[in-house]
Design a protein around this ligand. Structure first.
Ligand SMILES: Cc1cc2nc3c(=O)[nH]c(=O)nc-3n(C[C@H](O)[C@H](O)[C@H](O)COP(=O)(O)OP(=O)(O)OC[C@H]3O[C@@H](n4cnc5c(N)ncnc54)[C@H](O)[C@@H]3O)c2cc1C
Length: 452
């Protein structure tokens, strides 16, 4: 017990944004409590970044470990805001500030009447789908499993939707090759691409494998896909260039992974039999003043028993937290200050999740074209692949936000020693309850031996 008046800040979410904020606040002498809902605090890096980015994920894990395993930072795993701890209680307990760094884990609902009734009966959302892909090979994995059927359909358009359709293709071709007695790893297939891998094994035309390739369906044109983003205030010339880049990126990705793309198509109904999705009815669209407008007279259908919706991730609504649209009610998007309660701030994807215009302007600078190429696996073959820097933008924003929070906290009176100690006592009790006795030993216990 430290017998001194001091500041104590609570952070919910221990991944890229939460750990970055924790490090900065702790360096300013503030005591920091990091509540994390999961056993491990790696967030999107572990559960959203497909596991073929093996080296990058390991590197990011180490960086997060370094930020959390340090004096002044108290980690409380397996503790979910809204379930194990309520927001109103947290506010009442009297922390010097509260940071919401809980990311964007709610899939934007698919805008098809009645669609939700078909979730896990053929309709799957991107976040659980990638979670399955990243973890299903672990012996202890007990979650839902998915099998990729011929012609699987992904509805989307951004980077994450290309991840989804790549997963489809890697699974389908991996199985088709295995059926011919050719054993290739997912990593090899992703790294070299499907045609090159087939060629290496004497198959000059991958079509000979008889795979029914999967579909990526997007409501706008290929050149509108948000896989590369124009800088804020881009000139007409820059916008045209970006369109060319998008087309090239997608064409390269298709060349390597052989998925089919259906642009200018809007899903309007799920096709179902008694208890399962069997396809999607779409209508064609046309672009009018930058908007995709449905052409009701031009319907068409795609048939498959798996439809993954990958149309964006949003912050999860949590009891007691006021929403403004699909985001929390921020008074200021730059500081992430939460309007209803002073001293509460959003940091990271919880503020910058896609779909917000202002946020996406800031977002634009983060992922350079070369980084997108490396992310998608379509970089030149003589260049070493690296997605180092993917999180730089979000980290830079988390750093800026944490610095502002530290400045805010320092304008506030210190918590009396007894009040700060009482907060720490609560935290220690919760750590004991979940069996946490220190970062390194906890991580050693909860990391599956076969985790990638
Ligand atoms: C497809 C893809 C595209 C990307 N594009 C970009 C990009 O364009 N620009 C960029 O900067 N970065 C990008 N990234 C990189 C990076 O994933 C994110 O920027 C960054 O990881 C987000 O970090 P975060 O800490 O805000 O959120 P997360 O990594 O989601 O972390 C949130 C943490 O909070 C925890 N949590 C959630 N809810 C609760 C709760 N109720 N209580 C307690 N804990 C909770 C979660 O378990 C998680 O550990 C991309 C990643 C992917 C996979």
């Amino acid at each position: 017990m430290v017998d001194a008046n001091r500041h104590v800040v609570a952070i919910f979410g221990g991944a890229s944004a939460g750990s970055t904020a924790a490090e900065i606040l702790a360096a300013r002498g503030i005591e920091v409590i990091v509540f994390e809902q999961n056993l491990r605090p790696y967030g999107k890096i572990e559960d959203g970044l497909p596991r073929w980015h093996r080296d990058q994920r390991r590197m990011e894990y180490k960086r997060i470990d370094g930020k959390l395993d340090r004096p002044g930072v108290h980690v409380v795993p397996r503790t979910r805001l809204g379930t194990d701890i309520q927001f109103d209680d947290v506010v009442r307990w009297g922390f010097s500030a509260v940071l919401l760094a809980n990311g964007a884990w709610r899939d934007r609902p698919l805008d098809i009447p009645g669609a939700e009734a078909w979730v896990d009966r053929g309709l799957v959302y991107q976040n659980p789908f990638i979670y399955w892909f990243n973890h299903a090979q672990e012996a202890a994995y007990a979650g839902r499993r998915y099998t990729i059927p011929p012609g699987a359909i992904c509805i989307g358009g951004g980077l994450a939707s290309i991840d989804v359709v790549k997963v489809f293709q890697l699974e389908l071709y991996g199985q088709a090759l295995a059926a011919r007695g050719i054993d290739v790893t997912m990593h090899d297939l992703e790294h070299a691409g499907i045609p090159a891998t087939c060629l290496k094994h004497g198959i000059t035309d991958p079509a000979a494998l008889g795979v029914e390739d999967s579909w990526l369906v997007y409501r706008r044109r290929v050149e509108d896909m948000p896989v590369a983003t124009a800088p804020p205030g881009a000139s007409a010339e820059q916008l045209l260039k970006i369109e060319v880049v998008r087309k090239k990126l997608l064409a390269k990705a298709q060349e390597r992974y052989l998925f089919r793309v259906r642009p200018l198509a809007l899903p309007v109904a799920l096709l179902t039999d008694d208890d399962h999705v069997v396809g999607v009815r779409f209508v064609e669209t046309e672009m009018r003043d930058g908007k995709a407008v449905a052409r009701e007279e031009r319907p068409f259908e795609l048939h498959s028993s798996l439809v993954v919706s990958s149309i964006g991730s949003l912050p999860e609504p949590l009891p007691g937290i006021v929403m403004k649209g699909t985001f929390y009610d921020y008074a200021d998007w730059d500081t992430g200050a939460y309007a209803p309660v002073p001293g509460v701030f959003g940091v990271g994807n919880v503020v910058t999740g896609r779909g917000n215009i202002k946020a996406s302007e800031h977002h634009a600078k983060d992922v350079a074209h070369w980084l997108t190429e490396h992310y998608l696996g379509v970089q030149a073959t003589d260049v070493a692949r690296s997605i180092e820097g993917l999180s730089k933008g979000s980290e830079a924003r988390a750093e800026a936000a944490a610095t502002q929070v530290a400045d805010y906290v320092e304008t506030r009176p210190l918590l009396a020693a007894a009040a700060a100690d009482a907060l720490l006592d609560r935290i220690r009790a919760r750590q004991a309850e979940v069996g946490y006795h220190g970062y390194a030993s906890w991580m050693a216990t909860v990391t599956p031996p076969d985790a990638e």
